[in-house]
Design a protein around this ligand. Structure first.
Ligand SMILES: [Mg+2]
Length: 312
């Protein structure tokens, strides 16, 4: 710790490293600086709220660059807003730091604010504490109309299952101890409003997250495992079976898995083309509960279901 850092109060740190760098969103009536922030919610919208904590040594290796930590902390929350079809508006950040290092804070703030500026999401409050383990909790807010929100419980038998982008890049990066910056699928989430019957983001692993849709919707699914869009790097780095396993089970890709009724697939194609988002058909929703994995010859595929579970 340097002499400069010890002289900075919590308030000074927050305003110096964060508030002064934040974009302003017109939906924020009052930002940080008072007891609460105030948001103006349009009449036909509801507020989507999500929160995620990242703990050093648990959710990212201790030696992760501060820029990457700042980026990821906000990205995982934006991914949840995307999965709900919400437009990002504002976020709060609660930081628990081991010490106050101006260089670290500058880089962390840069990583976070790069993304905040990209989506015009305003920092509307913060809290700073010290402890022996670093952790970052972000709570993000967005707007969506209740009739267009993308719920987990809306999947229907006959729906086609799709996933955006590619899978397994995050799992491979973790395995190789490389940095990985997921791109939250905000544009795709907005494009899916009124089209998708259900959606979720891939945070704990494709199959595990898809199971959340199946349970909430009281349906099953047949997934063609050979159709999973494997990240190019993944196919080059690993034998096929291992690559598929990583793509199906490793978390942190932050792509969207969603289901669409067959009569809306043309409209989907147009909407996804307009937002420039690649997407791939991976299966179908079935009436009976359970997840059935098939290969390209429609034969059962044996794969251990093992997504990320904090309590296992
Ligand atoms: Mg989620």
């Amino acid at each position: 710790m340097t002499d400069t850092s010890t002289k900075l109060s919590e308030f000074e740190i927050i305003s110096q490293y964060f508030v002064n760098q934040t974009p302003t969103n017109p939906a924020i009536y009052l930002g940080s600086g008072d007891d609460c922030a105030l948001m103006k919610v349009p009449n036909d919208q509801v507020v989507a709220i999500t929160t995620d904590t990242l703990i050093a040594g648990v959710h990212f290796p201790e030696n992760t660059s501060p820029e990457d930590i700042g980026y990821k902390a906000l990205a995982v929350n934006l991914s949840d807003l995307a999965a709900m079809g919400a437009t990002p508006i504002g976020f709060t950040a609660a930081l628990t730091l081991v010490d106050v290092d101006p260089q670290w804070l500058t880089a962390f703030s840069q990583g976070m604010m790069t993304l905040a500026k990209q989506y015009n999401i305003q920092l509307i409050g913060g809290d700073l504490t010290r402890s022996s383990i670093m952790s970052i909790t972000i709570t993000a807010h967005g707007f969506v109309s209740e009739s267009q929100a993308l719920y987990r419980h809306g999947a229907k038998p006959g729906d086609v299952i799709f996933v955006t982008g590619e899978l397994g890049a995050a799992g491979l990066a973790l395995r190789n101890q490389e940095s990985y910056r997921p791109q939250p699928r905000i544009a795709a989430g907005l494009a899916l409003r009124g089209l998708a019957n259900s959606a979720i983001d891939v945070s704990d692993g494709l199959l595990q997250d898809l199971q959340h849709i199946l349970v909430a919707s009281k349906v099953g699914a047949a997934v063609n495992i050979d159709s999973l869009p494997l990240a190019a790097k993944l196919s080059q780095a690993l034998p096929k079976a291992q690559a598929i396993n990583l793509a199906a089970n490793a978390g942190d890709d932050y792509e969207l898995v969603f289901t669409v009724a067959p009569n809306k697939i043309n409209a989907l194609q147009q909407a996804m083309q307009n937002c420039g988002c690649k997407y791939t058909q991976i299966g179908e929703i079935t009436p009976n509960p359970g997840l059935c994995l098939l290969d390209h010859q429609q034969q059962p595929y044996d794969l251990v279901l093992k997504g990320y579970d904090h309590f296992r």
